[in-house]
Ligand binder design. Structure first.
Ligand code: FMN
Length: 193
């Protein structure tokens, strides 16, 4: 069995829906077990991440970067860094924010830098922006990777209550597909292929 973890923070529930979509996509891959942990839970129990093959970080974009709770978790991982405990695990990330841009790239870059410090191997999105397909004629909010983000998954939610279509279907589908991609990569990684 290959095990991966999703470590996320969500202040108001929007990013949690993205995290659950990533989880659903990964859990659909046979032979992969997925742990969904908040940044607080993971920070208080770093040992729960010792045996996983990969970790996906998820955070809303707050003030142009990861939320403070996520940064706190990142700081706690310095204990693991000292012994290079996560070296050669896989890593990935997703973020969600209110604006179409909202400086989400900065959040994903923060996550990728943390992963690099740990010697982890970053898994990118690998899903083209469906809106760049000249034959795409559907609802723009239903397009996969409508943000055109390749480093990690970007979702955009209205400041209204989180729920069906907030974040929109396209972003939820992208998150699900990313979970599946990451889980398959982890399986191959474990198999040494
Ligand atoms: C403290 C704070 C800072 C924020 N900064 C940004 C920002 O830099 N860019 C942006 O697009 N949205 C920003 N937002 C909006 C959130 O990203 C948005 O509401 C998101 O859906 C919240 O996700 P959550 O419900 O998982 O906490 C900010 C919200 C808060 C509370």
């Amino acid at each position: 069995m290959t095990t991966i973890a999703i470590v996320y923070h969500s202040g108001f529930g929007h990013t949690q829906l993205v995290a659950e979509a990533v989880q659903a996509g990964a859990a659909g891959v046979e032979g992969v077990d997925v742990r969904l942990l908040t940044a607080e839970e993971a920070g208080n129990d770093l040992d729960s991440l010792a045996d996983v093959s990969g970790i996906i970080f998820g955070s809303p974009t707050y003030m142009g970067s990861v939320a403070g709770e996520m940064e706190m978790f990142f700081d706690k991982t310095s204990k693991v860094w000292f012994v290079q405990g996560w070296k050669d695990k896989l890593a990935g990330g997703f973020t969600n924010s209110a604006s179409l841009s909202g400086d989400k790239l900065s959040t994903l870059q923060r996550m990728a830098t943390l992963a690099a410090q740990h010697g982890m191997n970053w898994v990118n999105v690998g899903i083209p922006n469906e809106l760049t397909d000249p034959n795409f004629s559907g609802d723009m909010t239903e397009a996969r990777n409508r943000m055109g983000s390749y480093l990690g998954v970007m979702a955009q939610s209205q400041n209204a209550e989180p729920g069906p279509n907030n974040p929109p279907k396209g972003d939820v589908d992208t998150a699900k597909a990313y979970g599946e991609r990451f889980a398959k990569a982890a399986k191959r990684w474990d198999a040494g292929a």
